[in-house]
Design a protein around this ligand. Sequence first.
Ligand SMILES: O=C(O)CCC(=O)C(=O)O
Length: 258
Amino acid sequence: MPVPDPHRRLLDERGYVKLEGLIVPERRRRLADRLEALFTAEGRDAGAEFRQEPGARRLANLVDKGELFVECILEPRVLEHVAVVLGPRFKLSSLNARSANARTEDAQALHVDAGALPDERGYWVCNSVWMLDDFTPANGALRVVPGSHHWHRRPQDALADPRHPHPEEELVTGRAGDVVVMNSHLWHGGAANRTDRPRLALHAFYCRWDKPQQQYQKALLRPEVQAALPAAARALLALDDPANDAMGAEAGRSGFMK
Ligand SMILES: O=C(O)CCC(=O)C(=O)O
């Protein structure tokens, strides 16, 4: 289905667009239940394949952890919108979950994903935030600085303290089941969760074909998981791409983006 012009405009001008009701309630419940089971099973190690974060529980490497997650990275409506930002050739960079803890004082620092600035070919990072709980003004919704993907600067280089509220920031609220597609050169982060319940989201993060993945999928996915993947998933994960292998090996040596 073509991406409607108003969505293209929002992605271009403001840097994000919300796809309302993309996740039907039964699917949302299966995703949330599976993620809670993984938080319990992984305990203190949860998120360790990528990074752990004070104030939030995280999970990483989710393609390895259930077919329902493979379906998420292939979601056609999301991929069509990602292509508006990255062009036709892109791959999955990582699939993570983040649950903002109840009663946190601090917001997550404003950041751009992978510390990325646009290069001579243009934009190269694009995230999708799958709201598995309502995102409300109080519970740690996504905060964004609209238009900041045009600034070609990173918050940590421009702001005294990227954790502080930004005068131009706005909250992206929504209903459980909505998905936000975001040019993730946009300055963004999770707001503080002032409620007494955690707030859960899944992040399917994509990058342009010629850049390293945030999590090198070929090394992280178990052989039996790789063997069972449909061709479309193999392609999106860059499992048969020697150039990606070279970048993955380099990332492993340099600790790139860790
Ligand atoms: O879950 C959110 O609100 C967004 C968090 C985020 O941007 C991140 O962890 O990189």
